[in-house]
Design a protein around this ligand. Sequence first.
Ligand code: SF4
Ligand code: SF4
Length: 390
Amino acid sequence: MMKRKQKRPFHVMIIPTLGCPSKCSYCWSSEVGSPIMSIDTVKEIVLWLKDFRDDPVTFTFHGGEPLLAGADFYRETLPLLTNELTKLSPNFALQTNLWKLTPELADVLAEYKIPIGSSLDGPMELNDYQRSAGYYEKTMQGYKLALAHGLNVQFICTFTSYSVKFKEDIFNYFRENGLTLKLHPALPSLRSDEPDRWALSPEEFGELLIYLLDRYLENMSEIEVRNINDYCRCVFTGRGTVCTFVDCMENTFAVGPDGSIYPCYRFVGMPEWKMGSVRDHPSKEDLAASPAGVRMNQFKEFVDRECKSCKHIRYCRGGCPYNAMAPTNGEINSVDPHCKAYKRIFDEIGDRFNQEMMGSLGLDNAGQQMGAAKGKRPGIMTLMQRILAK
Ligand code: SF4
Ligand code: SF4
C-alpha cells in the first residue's frame, strides 16, 4: 500500500506595512514612512504559493500596524488568498492594536471569521506609561467595535522590567475582566539608543512564569494563561506547540510590504535577512539556499550541539532564533537568551508532575489534589487534564 505523505502546516506572515500610529516606548518593529503593500504584490504571493508546497497554510497579517492598509486591501486580499489557494486550505489571523478598526474593516474581517490578537499591558495607567498616552482608550474603542461585529479578540500582554513590578495588578486586571492572558517578555529594542531599558531579563522572566503558574492554578475557573498551557503541553506531549519551541525555519516565512521574503516578521526590513522575493516565485530549496536560509539552518545545527545534554531539547529547540541572533547581528554563539526562564518553568512543571504522581500512587485521583488540599501547592495534574481535554 502507498504511504500517504504527512501534511506539514506552514505559516506565512503578511506585513502590509511596517508603519504604526502608536509610538510604544519599547517597540522594535515599526518604521516611519513604510509603504503599504500593493494588491499586485498580493497577487504575486498567490502565484508564488501555488506551486510552493502542498500543505495547509495560515496567513497572519502582522505589522507595524496591518489595519493601516485599509478596508479595500482586505476586501481584495482575502478572497484572492482564499479562492486562488484552496488546495492549501488557508486559515487567517491578524495582530493589531485595533486603533484603525472601522465598521467596514470589522465587516470584512468578520466575514472571514479572522481571530484577532491585540496588545494590552494591563490597567490603563500602566499600559499608557509603557506604550503611549491615550493607547488604552483607542484600543478599547476598537475592542468594543470588534466585539459588536462578532470578532474574537485575545490580548497579548508585554511584561517589561518596569511592569513586572506590578505583576499582581496585571494578573488581576486580566482575571477581573474575563480576558485570556498571553504574555510576551519585552526584548531589547535594537532600534533604540537604550536597547535594554525595558527588556525583561531571563531571571525576571523565569520568576514571573513561576508566579503566573501558581496564580493560574489558584484561579483556574476564572482565567486561562496561554503560555502556561503551552509549557505544560510541551512537557506532557514532548513536542513544542508554538513557534518558539519548534524548528520554525522552513515552516514560517514573512512577506514584507515590497514582497521581500524573510524567515519571520521579526526580521522584516533587515536587508541581510531577506531570503528572496515573491516576484521570483522561489522554491523551498531556493529559500533554504539563501544566506538567511543557511543561517537559520545553522542555528538548528547549533542547537543540536549546544542543547544536547538538556532534557528539554525535544520540545524547546533552543527557543527563538531571532532572540538568539538579532543581538549579535546574526552571529550564532548562543541559544535564545531566555533559555534560563524556559528551563526554570519546564523543570518546575516536570518536578511538580512527578511529585504529584508519587503522591497519587495507590491513592487514585485523590492524590492528584494532595498538594492543593494540604495547602502546600495547587495541583498541576488538574490543569493538565483540562489542557489535554481541549
Ligand atoms: S524567529 Fe522566533 S518569533 Fe519568528 S517564527 Fe521563529 S521562533 Fe517564532
Ligand atoms: S532550555 Fe535552554 S538548554 Fe534546554 S533546549 Fe531550551 S534553550 Fe536549549
